[in-house]
Design a binder for this molecule. Sequence first.
Ligand code: ZN
Ligand code: ZN
Length: 410
Amino acid sequence: MNEKKILFVVLDGGGDLPVSELDNLTPVEAASTPVLDNLSAKGLCGLMDVLKPGMVPGSDTAHLALLGYDPFDKYIYSGRGPVEAAGIGLVVHPGDIAFRANFATLKNGIIIDRRAGRINKRTDELAKLINGREIDGIKILFKEGTEHRGALILRGPGLSADVTSNDPKVEGWPPRPFEASSIEGKRTADVLNKLVNQLARKLPLLAANEERREQGKNEANYLLVRGAGEAMLLPAFGGKQGIKPVCIAGGGLYKGVATLTGMKVLDVPEATGGIDSDFHIKVKRSLKCLDDDSYNFVFLHIKATDNAGHDGKPLIKKNIFERIDSALEPILEYKDIVIALSPDHSTPCSLKDHSCDPVPCFITAPGRRTDSAKKFGERFAMQGSLTGIRGKHFMNLVFGLANRNKKFGS
Ligand code: ZN
Ligand code: ZN
């Protein structure tokens, strides 16, 4: 059978709830989206629970599910750390224990600023102090991310992700000691406690912090660590279906998921992971990849919809959908590919956070069925045939409609 190329678009946090400013429509229902409507009308649509009905997805677990992995399997996912570390550009090995980290400001034993004044200069100097250290035979790797953020990896024998965080989560409290949450986590907690204590002595001595003190800024003199997870060797994405995948994304988390699942991640400077991201360029690069025989699957991630949801800005979210729709127009020329689109979860503007509300999705495959949903949006999707679908089945269906799944049985 003729195997099709696939474009998979994730509109992060794209699902929403009716809002009064938009006459009780959701942002995407209120938006003018002729391209998304056209693709929905030609394909199969539905409202999807990405994890389980009633469960509120994180972006990391939701993406794993959408790509066909089971995030409830502890050999697939045990915490956010490895995804963040891979997204920041650290090379993660199976068995590594990885964490998200924040530079923070400690004064008289109290965390007075969890983000060290959102420090955005000379964090490479701070990272250099941490990266390459060794404690009790455990190798420490560290890389700075944007502003106060970074990722930490512990590598060596006898480690476990069963360890608590030192982040008190609120300012005005002392950092907590790391503790083992099971017997296996003891060594990891010991190494982390030694590490943060060493750093608390050495970070203030760095020139970067001296400069901050002179400027009256909060210094980055402490490291908060959270999101412990053990890195797993994940089966290559689409390995059985002959998939050669490429990812175009701005945000580190999505690049991280892509890296861990074996995708090639393209460097696209215009993909900022924010509201200012250049959707036209991202779509153009995606189509260029589909024209190139090195790839047959493009994962295009757009984050701006989630940002508008967290900010509680329905009019901005509606406008973002319209910008995305206009950027997607050239894909209508690609008549022989499978186009799948879904949010990873809802981020309703009224809640300013992720919610359990299922998301509108569609799969448009040449020569296959259509259904009664004629437009893209939460209520329109209910007229579709995919209602009841779960995230973990979505990609298998995409592969099936791209003629990439083999017969089961004879
Ligand atoms: Zn998300
Ligand atoms: Zn979010």
